[in-house]
Design a protein around this ligand. Structure first.
Ligand SMILES: Cc1cc2nc3c(=O)[nH]c(=O)nc-3n(C[C@H](O)[C@H](O)[C@H](O)COP(=O)(O)OP(=O)(O)OC[C@H]3O[C@@H](n4cnc5c(N)ncnc54)[C@H](O)[C@@H]3O)c2cc1C
Length: 566
């Protein structure tokens, strides 16, 4: 096999020379950090390129006021190191952004990952060279590097989406996208502020800004179901208790249908009268944060009739928090939007903020935004003047960050062009036909993401180790395997309520012109994991593996050893 020259800690000095690694990872968030760790542990030379000036991925970028986890902290930490679990103390039940960023920096230091990470380096392109079986990556500034394996861990919610309003360049005030927040907070004192967007980010940032700005105007396109986070500092006794049973917590995340430590009530809602069901929802409402909806009858999440009843229960909860009944009705999601059709945000004081004199709502379905002006935003009704406009308009989910890199596979095929034409098309969510040795780590399933990122990184590492053990240079999923996976992926998606949402990154329908296709695997993380390890256990089913010296595909031999599999 043509063995690439390895320079494990090569200094990428930008002098025109091409540095060579076994693997290039793109992104140093939850996924990229652990991927780098796993590949290093497996003995590979690794370079991780990260656009941001620090590690932590979305927890580096999203430093807007109010940003916090909506997974409980005890379930968001990595599970792979008991030492790490014992050493780290979470501060809040839903960890606030600065603490989560600090945690990931702690991980980078503890596992000595920094020597392998090159910060402030945006990857522009990656080109597959068939003869050498390597990827060549070019970063901003012209540096190039090569590796046998390319692992983009670029995030499924990391490509910010900004609407292209007419006159954007005319606005004379300050403009921020919540996910590209400046390191020094802007001064909101005495300012008139617009927040555009009312999903997870809009719900988190708005109540915080309302406390400090002169006037806040929230522009809403879709009212969604915000659930109270009930966030609070963690009692040291609770922290000790977590530390004593982390193994159990992680087992639950891996096994529960919810992909979290909280399983749904296994009884069907149909076994009960309406009165009993409402009492059950009320009882669950007393639980903390996301337990309110995860602990209810399992079929509320799958049965449209039960879901509609629960959604109405939630509308009642929203109405009860807003003093002005007309305004409350605007903040209540439409009856056509099932609960769970869009990502479910946790909120802290969002609805209550609308009881303040300095907060108002513009429903852009009633009065659409026509353009930006020098002074602010003109809707079909009137001009609103602002000093600051904040986009809380979300992401081009899952495919966005990958499509923003010019990735060229076999025969120069562009990944972006492939997905523009077909929508997201992968085998197992981790590989794509026509793109050899590309192992994608930014896909998602319904799961606590850190645990998801761990098994993806472990799966990728196992694959790479298998190839190296058996001296394979090239792997690629077969088009047939990919077509079958896409069909299965679509079938699973169709069983959810996701298709009911008019605008949603779950479907790509929030991005103008994006081909609609379910972007997440609509099974839980554990179910997805089983599918992926199943392919390995069946001898790398669905993949073609080659040695450079061979004329054609070779038998993968005996079933692989799967050290990380359950
Ligand atoms: C505000 C917010 C809150 C969230 N809350 C939760 C939660 O509570 N629970 C949960 O499970 N998930 C949550 N998520 C989902 C979150 O994306 C995952 O939890 C997790 O952080 C993903 O990690 P990642 O490493 O895969 O991606 P990211 O954290 O997005 O990191 C990707 C990295 O890749 C880098 N990158 C991208 N393109 C390039 C390029 N071309 N060149 C170089 N670098 C590049 C980016 O700069 C970024 O640092 C949240 C997401 C957001 C945005």
């Amino acid at each position: 096999m043509p063995s690439p020259q390895i320079s494990p800690n090569a200094d990428l000095n930008g002098d025109g020379e091409i540095d060579v690694f076994d693997a290039i990872v793109i992104g140093a968030g939850v996924s990229g950090l652990y991927q780098t760790y796993c590949l290093r542990q497996a003995g590979l030379s690794v370079r991780c390129f990260e656009e941001a000036g620090g590690v932590a991925g979305c927890w580096y970028w999203n430093r807007y006021p109010g940003c916090a986890l909506d997974s409980p902290s005890e379930s968001y930490g990595y599970s792979f190191s008991d030492e790490l679990l014992q050493e780290w103390d979470w501060k809040h039940h839903y960890s606030k952004q600065p603490d989560t960023e600090e945690y990931l920096n702690f991980v980078a230091d503890k596992f000595n990952l920094r020597p392998y990470i090159q910060l402030s380096t945006r990857v522009l392109s990656a080109v597959w060279h068939e003869e050498q079986c390597v990827w060549e990556v070019e970063v901003e500034g012209g540096q190039r590097a090569r590796a046998s394996f390319l692992v983009p861990a670029v995030g499924h919610l990391s490509a910010p989406l900004t609407p292209s309003f007419e006159g954007t360049e005319r606005f004379q005030g300050q403009v921020f996208h919540a996910s590209r927040w400046p390191r020094e907070d802007p001064d909101f004192g005495g300012k008139r502020v617009a927040v555009i967007g009312t999903s997870a980010t809009g719900m988190q940032i708005s109540p915080e800004l309302a406390k400090v700005c002169a006037h806040l105007t929230v522009f809403q396109r879709t009212a969604v179901y915000g659930i109270p986070a009930d966030n609070a500092p963690i009692d040291p006794e609770v922290q000790r208790e977590w530390k004593s049973r982390y193994q159990e917590i992680h087992k639950l995340i891996r096994e529960n249908a919810t992909g979290t430590p909280v399983g749904p009530d296994p009884r069907s809602g149909h076994e009960f009268t309406q009165e009993e069901r409402l009492a059950h929802y009320e009882q669950a409402w007393k639980r903390q944060g996301y337990e309110k909806f995860l602990s209810i009858f399992w079929d509320v999440h799958t049965d449209l009739e039960l879901n509609a009843e629960y959604a109405e229960f939630l509308r009642g909860k929203i109405r009860a928090q807003v003093n002005d009944p007309v305004l409350a009705e605007k903040l209540v999601p439409a009856a056509t939007l099932p609960f769970g059709a869009r990502r479910i945000p946790l909120e802290t004081g969002y609805y209550d903020a609308f009881n303040r004199d300095n907060v108002s709502l513009v429903d852009v379905r009633e009065t659409p935004i026509e353009c930006l002006t020098e002074q602010g935003i003109r809707t079909s009704e009137r001009e609103h003047e602002f000093d600051i406009i904040i986009y809380a308009t979300g992401y081009d989910g899952v495919t966005g960050a990958l499509s923003r890199i010019d990735i060229r596979g076999a025969d120069g095929q562009s990944l972006k062009a492939k997905w523009d034409a077909q929508g997201l098309s992968t085998y197992l969510g981790l590989t794509s036909a026509g793109f050899p040795n590309l192992l994608i780590s930014n896909n998602g399933a319904l799961c606590n993401y850190t645990i998801c990122a761990e098994w993806i990184a472990e799966w990728i590492t196992e694959f790479v180790q298998y190839m190296r053990r058996h001296r394979f240079d090239r792997m690629e999923p077969t088009p047939e395997a990919e077509a079958a996976w896409v069909e299965h992926h679509d079938e699973m998606g169709a069983k959810t309520f996701w298709g009911h949402a008019e605008y949603s990154w779950y479907l790509g329908s929030n991005v103008p012109g994006k081909k609609r296709r379910f972007t997440l695997y609509a099974q839980t993380g554990p179910a997805w994991r089983k599918e992926c390890y199943g392919a390995i256990e069946r001898g790398y089913e669905g993949f073609t593996l080659r040695r450079q010296s061979d004329d054609g595909p070779v038998d993968t031999g005996s079933a692989a050893t799967v050290p990380y599999a359950p």
